[in-house]
Design a protein around this ligand. Structure first.
Ligand code: DGT
Ligand code: CA
Ligand code: CA
Ligand code: ZN
Length: 579
């Protein structure tokens, strides 16, 4: 039982009660309880298991007993019974962007809709538009959300599957018959979303290893299992392929299955120019060519070297110019996690974060960072408990005190200030001037045209106090497309106004997209890798951010938060135009 499971069950109970039109106070009690479980400073799972929750603010008697039952037995009959009152397919509706309990309930009661398929039929027939409180616009939005869901049905976000991949690799590595292990494919290339995982092992007993692969605890069903390959589906739906090869084939297989397909096509063409044919097993001299020189390939890099190329990091293998750069010895030296010295865009319990300022600072220090920027929401984002001027200034004072207590570490006082509809900011210049820095982000009025949105964002960047632009498109991977923007114009404006662009590395954002960083870098736009952390543990998403920065060809010097503290302080003290 984990803290998140406890909280998720309470949240789901609230949802179910809302579907049943229960007392709003009761519903709120469950929601608050979930929030309280998530942010509780202590081992809440242990306290619940041992029935020691008495006296915790936000958890009343009824919740206390339920949490105890859930934590000590693993399930809660009250929850199971509630769930059984509704068809299982109904819960899928909540995954659609824009459908909350009120609308789901209306669809269920008025049209007996209890699955996404049924909802689509009803929309196509125009029945949803006719419901009170819906209308044609809502119906179109629902159809869009269904289309989006279909489009992403078999995709998984890179950041959300990495713990799972690490576990599977660890288990495979322990196998006595396995000498080398890797995960290849889009995962290794750090694509923001992946369709399946491509595991690779070197072994002298391929059939046995394939067999054992299908018995990993994460496996839900076996799709194929042969002498050298196997395919399985994991419990949450992700497909995994395994290929078992010999030690000498391993570098070739790793190169081949890492892809991308486009990169491989270009690499094979280059091999042919060298009189070699290249596949997943090795090099073969082409018949027409003179006998090839003996090529010693012990590791993947040797394949590239044999073709007169510098080693190409997996993140770059998209046939976006990396082969040409490798031939010209002009590939960038990519940034590494060890280069990071701090981070800027992070939240605390002052707005919608789950951990206190002090806890976030302790975690950052523990991670070996030299500085941490706090940027809680501003007042317009009231659903996230955004800070008004008075609360912001209180926080600045609290940060000042904490800084005094940590002479070797620096907390930067900032704000994630809302970019209002017209591109003006949620705080006056006078307030912004009191901060060390500020991240400006769009959070509302997402339905503007591309032109309006681009102008809005550019106007915000023109402000002297806007240090960096937050999550450029607002996209939520696999959930919500970003609002329409003209990336090129925004990058140009960032260059002209000396505004940094954030690489928001919250796993569902990864925004700005990796495809745009080369252009930004070439124009001298700095990047800040920001986890947008809403809790201590999410500060660790910095590692994911580094992978995406690498995918965008970024070097250490292209990223503000690789700079040591003294340089960052000097940077922030320099007027924007002179940076
Ligand atoms: P994904 O799984 O859709 O997220 O993306 P990938 O790149 O992991 O694609 P996947 O799993 O179909 O194949 C893994 C790699 O194997 C791919 O990046 C390149 C290589 N590969 C697979 N099929 C072909 C093919 O038909 N031709 C070539 N040249 N390479 C292939
Ligand atoms: Ca794959
Ligand atoms: Ca595959
Ligand atoms: Zn934000």
């Amino acid at each position: 039982m984990t803290r998140e499971t406890l909280a998720a069950v309470l949240d789901e109970i609230a949802l179910l009660l809302e579907l049943k039109d229960e007392n709003p106070f009761k519903i709120r009690a469950y929601r608050q309880g979930a929030q309280c479980v998530r942010s509780f400073d202590g081992d809440i799972v242990h306290l619940a298991t041992t029935n020691q929750l008495t006296g915790i603010k936000g958890i009343g008697e009824a919740l206390r007993d339920k949490l105890h039952a859930l934590a000590s037995t693993g399930s809660l009959p009250f929850h199971q019974h509630l769930r059984a009152e509704f068809p299982a397919g109904l819960f899928d509706l909540f995954e659609l962007q824009g459908l909350g309990p009120k609308k789901v309930k209306a669809l269920h009661t008025a049209l007996a809709i209890s699955s996404i398929a049924a909802l689509k039929l009803a929309c196509d027939a125009g029945k949803v538009a006719a419901l009170p409180g819906f209308g044609a616009k809502t119906q179109t939005k629902i159809l869009d959300a269904i289309a989006l869901r279909d489009k992403f049905a078999d995709a998984f976000a890179l950041g959300t599957i990495s713990p799972l991949v690490a576990d599977m690799l660890d288990t495979l590595r322990l196998h006595p018959e396995v000498s080398q292990v890797a995960v290849a494919g889009s995962y290794r290339r750090a694509k923001e979303t992946v369709h399946d995982l491509d595991f690779l092992v070197a072994t002298k007993s391929p059939a046995l290893v394939c067999q054992d692969f299908t018995t990993l605890p994460q496996v839900a069903s076996i799709m194929a299992c042969g002498d050298t390959k196997a395919s399985v589906r994991l419990h949450h739906g992700l497909q995994c392929d395994l290929r078992a090869v010999s030690n000498s084939q391993f570098p070739f297989a790793l190169q081949y299955f890492t892809g991308s397909k486009e990169h491989n096509v270009a690499l094979r063409a280059r091999a042919l120019q060298h009189g070699l044919s290249l596949n997943e097993y090795g090099f073969t001299p082409t018949a027409a060519a003179a006998p090839a020189p003996t090529l010693e390939v012990h590791e993947e890099a040797d394949i590239y070297h044999a073709l007169g190329l510098d080693f190409i990091e997996p993140e770059l293998r998209e046939n976006h110019g990396e082969l040409e750069a490798a031939a010209a010895h002009s590939l960038p030296k990519l940034v590494e996690l060890a280069n990071l010295r701090g981070t800027f865009h992070n939240h605390t319990t002052a707005s919608d974060g789950l951990d206190s300022l002090a806890a976030m600072v302790a975690e950052a220090i523990d991670m070996g960072l030299q500085y941490l920027g706090i940027a809680d929401h501003s007042k317009s984002t009231f659903i996230a408990n955004g800070l008004d001027e008075a609360r912001l200034l209180e926080q600045v004072a609290a940060i000042g005190k904490l800084n005094a207590a940590h002479p070797d570490f620096r907390i930067f006082a900032g704000s994630e200030v809302d970019i209002l509809r017209d591109g003006s900011l949620d705080f006056d210049d006078e307030i912004l001037a009191k901060l060390d820095y500020c991240v400006a982000s769009v959070h509302n009025h997402l339905d503007l045209t591309e032109d309006e949105m681009t102008r809005r964002i550019c106007r915000a960047m023109e402000n002297e106090h806007v240090t960096m632009l937050g999550h450029l498109t607002g996209r939520l991977l696999l959930k919500r497309e970003g609002y329409p923007v003209n990336h090129a114009m925004i990058i140009d404006c960032a260059a002209a106004t000396r505004t940094i662009i954030e690489l928001n590395c919250s796993p569902l954002r990864l925004d700005m997209d990796w495809r745009w960083w080369q252009r930004a870098r070439d124009l001298g736009v700095l990047c800040a890798i920001n986890p947008d952390a809403h809790s201590c543990s999410r500060l660790h998403h910095l590692g994911l951010g580094v992978r995406l920065a690498r995918k965008g060809w970024l070097r250490r010097q292209d990223i503000l938060n690789t700079r040591p503290l003294a340089e960052v302080e000097a940077f922030l003290n320099t007027p924007k135009a002179a940076r």
